[in-house]
Write a protein that binds this ligand. Structure first.
Ligand SMILES: [Zn+2]
Length: 558
């Protein structure tokens, strides 16, 4: 095994061989040149760690050896500076068993990334990373309004500091300053400009530093952006926070108020209508503050991960059963867009018991509370924009709640309730588009989910027309008990198995709900086996209706 001293010797020898000389420095530091685009470029190579956990640093000795336009691969932490970003986006594995070869790789990568800039890719790199160049020490802001462009025309947007009941305060643009469980301090009004274009550096500057250079920068952008300068100027001069939402970045900019004006505004001695002419007169002297924004609205966080397909946004969903399966599923549905612009309703009459929390989404602090309302509360703290409602009680008594949701999800895992919900789905006055049943078999050996879209032939009861004969598509091998006897440990219905089963069932149901929302419901019955000694691996299938299904027969007769 190579010692640390061996590694340093190998690094020094390899670099000496390449004509590098060692410099005095806190970390071993070498100076030499690399070859970029047919010319020698002087660099400093700092190697802080012979095991490369901390990456070597490459610095240009003389920035002027490269043309001005070539800056795409200079580090974002050091805009005007000279640190070269040599590691590709996929990362650069360096082998400390071959320290000499590794430093040569760093030199080669540095040449390659600078070479790319010469090939005209520097500009593209800056465009995609532009937000990183734009941001300063100003705090990032979150955008809690819709990305689809409707916020463009939305009046009354607010820029505020929000302090959640637990967690750190943050700056955000929102359509209200009353977010669930947040204290807010309003800072100013806000305007969002949406551009179907990219924002980037202009010929003479990477980023603007004053109000005047902002105007020049703005006018140097593509026409769809440049044309809107006067609107943007008006907003800025009336003291508003301006968010520039482009295809490659989300930028924030405000005017830095001169001290005397800032005092008057804070003391509310200056009306905003008076602010604009006052600031307009001092335009040439105004400074600006730049910051970077992130879209964290509930609809957007779902869309980001379901890129190119529909989320559950806009679908009214009722989830019956907030036990272990339902609790995880509720969170997954929220993360997939449920509750963003249509409500997610949770229905369960039970209280959370001590025995539940080994598998439930809710924890120790919620023992003894109603599962439905405690879960709703918990999910609102996950995201303050959730429209999530709780009904504590028997689902079958909630016909008005269930009547016109788009999707009814049955996560009760209880045969009798499952059959009753199957019947309810077909009752007069129930307009629900689809019902999704999901359950766990054999103490967590397997999970299954069945989707019944209005108009389908096979109903849930078709899966097990005769109670005595067992299910048509069992998830368990013959002889395996569906559920072992409950443990006699004081918790009446407690059956031991790990959280893996309800979380897997929740994942399966969530995936099927997303498929349904995209009009691609796919195979209606799906099975996932966790314990292969007891479970049966089944291909996804869309079962036919069963001729002796009592539920279907009863409907045919009526
Ligand atoms: Zn049936």
């Amino acid at each position: 095994m190579m010692s640390q001293a061996d590694r340093w010797r190998a690094i020094a020898a390899t670099l000496a061989n390449r004509g590098f000389t060692e410099q005095q420095g806190a970390s071993p530091e070498f100076r030499g040149s690399i070859n970029v685009h047919g010319r020698a470029i002087d660099i400093e190579l700092v190697v802080p760690d012979s095991k490369f956990v901390e990456l070597p640093i490459v610095r240009l000795v003389d920035r002027k050896q490269l043309p001005t336009g070539v800056f795409g691969h200079l580090s974002r932490d050091d805009i005007e500076g000279s640190v070269v970003c040599f590691a590709p986006a996929t990362g650069l594995p360096l082998d400390f068993h071959d320290p000499g070869g590794s430093v040569l790789r760093v030199l080669r990568q540095t040449e390659l990334s600078l070479e790319k800039s010469f090939a005209g890719q520097g500009g593209a790199e800056v465009a995609t990373e532009y937000q990183e160049y734009w941001i300063t020490k100003e705090p990032h802001f979150r955008v809690l309004v819709s990305w689809d462009g409707t916020s463009e025309r939305q009046p009354g947007l607010q820029y505020a500091v929000f302090k959640p009941a637990t967690g750190s305060p943050f700056f955000a643009i929102a359509d209200t300053i009353s977010l669930h469980d947040h204290e807010a301090t309003r800072l100013s009004g806000a305007v969002v400009f949406h551009f179907d274009a990219e924002l980037g550096p202009t010929a003479d500057r990477v980023v603007p530093n004053s109000f005047l250079s902002l105007e020049q920068w703005f006018r140097g952008q593509t026409a769809v952006v440049a044309d809107r300068w006067s609107e943007c100027e008006r907003a800025l001069l009336s003291g508003k926070f301006v968010c520039l939402a482009a295809n490659n970045c989300t930028l924030g900019v405000t005017v830095e108020l001169p001290a005397n004006i800032a005092v008057a505004v804070r003391a509310k001695k200056l009306r905003s209508s008076k602010l604009q002419p006052l600031l307009a007169k001092q335009k040439t002297k105004l400074d600006i503050k730049r910051s970077g924004g992130y879209w964290t609205g509930l609809a957007e966080i779902a869309q980001r991960n379901l890129h190119g397909i529909k989320t559950l946004d806009g679908k009214a969903i009722a989830l019956v059963g907030c036990g272990t399966l339902g609790s995880h599923l509720a969170k997954f549905l929220i993360q997939s867009g449920a509750g963003a612009s249509a409500p997610l309703t949770l229905i369960d009459g039970q209280l959370l018991s001590a025995g539940n929390i080994g598998r439930h989404y809710l924890g120790h602090s919620r023992i003894g509370e109603a599962k439905a309302s405690a879960l709703a509360e918990e999910l609102k703290s996950f995201h303050p924009q959730c429209d999530i409602r709780a009904t504590v009680g028997d689902a079958l008594a909630q016909k008005t709640v269930l009547a016109d949701v788009n999707l009814l999800v049955d996560a009760t895992g209880d045969w009798n309730t499952q059959y009753a919900l199957n019947e309810l789905f077909y009752e007069d006055g129930i307009w629900t588009d689809a019902i999704l049943h999901c359950w766990i078999s054999g103490n967590g050996a397997a999970v299954q989910a069945f989707l019944n879209v209005r108009g389908d032939e096979c109903c849930f009861r078709c899966l097990r027309p005769s109670m005595d004969a067992g299910p048509r598509f069992p998830a368990l091998k013959p002889g395996v008990e569906a559920n072992m006897a409950p443990a006699t440990c004081g918790d009446g219905n407690y059956i031991p198995y790990s959280v893996a089963a309800p979380a897997t069932a929740a994942g399966l149901a969530c995936d099927m709900a997303i498929g349904w929302a995209n009009d691609k419901p796919g195979a209606r019955l799906r099975t996932i086996v966790l314990d292969h000694e007891r479970g049966i691996v089944r291909k996804p299938t869309s079962p036919s209706a069963h001729k002796s299904c009592p539920s279907c027969l009863a409907r045919d007769r009526s």
